[in-house]
Design a protein around this ligand. Structure first.
Ligand code: C2E
Ligand code: CA
Ligand code: CA
Ligand code: CA
Length: 281
């Protein structure tokens, strides 16, 4: 415990003090970051392994902090969720991503089946009238619901699972795709696969990194693909970094992939010319 003039922090262990202050400072900076235009999006392509065609792009938020430089979403998304700021930030992400997809489709009309994939947190989904707001954002950008996919994690079902399931079902009815992110790492239950309105499983990159050794992780990946077939779900493998991993996944039918091998996440201004490889039939 501290015995200085700042003894009000005495409940914390020494060392935690700096950590907690750092988190509080980050939370404090996060409050105005949206208004100060410090966020932008990068997009990472999702590629079909059998045809090498582009299926979609995942929107990933970036924070350019005026003093700290780039702050990783790993560091600030959790704080945004705890403070509730994720609602405003996440809603901005959806609007910005839809706006960018609209720009892409104007530049490349042949990519009309391209979808945008947006990470969705539990608090966003729990907003009143979320589904009608999403409908409005799509309409304002001349997009059809099938051009949007939400990525959710299993944590979403921990609190108020029935309400979350209901809203997801409304989104599915509308025609929006739902994918289960980081599959295999969370509070997994087979119930989710057939009770929830999910169309796609994203296999977490912690499983993909080691598949070339043909060990347990490869067994798990094969099992997930088999499971997906039973439940008629699409599969996306995350974090594909090597040609060997790609080739191995190619052997499993119907797998799409995302990862540094195919492309790093790209800022919008870089994504547009990059799409030239795909946009002209
Ligand atoms: P995620 O949804 O699992 O996103 C994939 C992460 O893997 C991204 O990290 C991406 O840059 C990274 N990645 C992609 N390919 C590779 C690869 O081949 N190798 C390796 N090592 N990494 C790869 P990022 O951008 O740092 O995002 C971290 C997490 O932050 C995301 O994980 C997601 O959970 C969250 N996040 C990002 N943007 C948003 C957002 O707009 N809203 C919400 N709620 N969460 C977000
Ligand atoms: Ca994701
Ligand atoms: Ca993921
Ligand atoms: Ca992941």
């Amino acid at each position: 415990a501290k015995s200085s003039g700042k003894a009000q922090y005495a409940i914390f262990q020494p060392g935690m003090h700096d950590y907690v202050l750092g988190q509080l400072q980050l939370a404090n900076d996060l409050v105005g970051a949206l208004d100060r235009d410090e966020f932008y999006l990068e997009y990472q392509p999702i590629i079909a392994l059998n045809t090498s065609h582009i299926l979609g792009i995942e929107a990933l938020i970036r924070w350019q902090h005026p003093q700290r430089g780039q702050v990783s979403p790993i560091q600030f998304i959790a704080i945004a969720e705890e403070t509730g700021l994720i609602i405003a930030i996440g809603n901005w992400v959806l609007q910005q991503a839809c706006h960018h997809l609209r720009q892409i489709l104007l530049a490349y009309p042949s990519l009309d089946r391209l979808f945008i994939s947006v990470n969705l947190s539990a608090k966003q989904l729990a907003q009143l009238n979320f589904v009608s707001w999403v409908t409005e954002v799509l309409r304002a950008n001349h997009l059809s619901p099938s051009q949007l996919q939400f990525e959710i994690t299993e944590n979403l079902f921990i609190h108020d699972a029935s309400r979350a399931a209901q809203t997801l079902e409304q989104l599915r009815q509308l025609g929006v795709g739902i994918s289960l992110d980081d599959f295999g790492t969370g509070y997994s239950s087979l119930n989710h696969l057939y009770q929830m309105s999910i169309q796609t499983l994203k296999i977490d990159r912690s499983f993909i990194g080691d598949i070339e050794s043909l060990g347990e992780k490869w067994d798990v990946v094969q099992a997930i693909v088999a499971l997906a077939r039973i439940f008629q779900l699409q599969v996306i493998a995350e974090g594909v970094e090597t040609p060997g991993q790609r080739q191995q996944l190619c052997g499993l039918s119907c797998v799409a992939a995302q990862g540094y091998l195919l492309s790093r996440p790209l800022p919008f201004q870089t994504l547009l010319p990059w799409l030239d490889n795909y946009g002209n039939p």
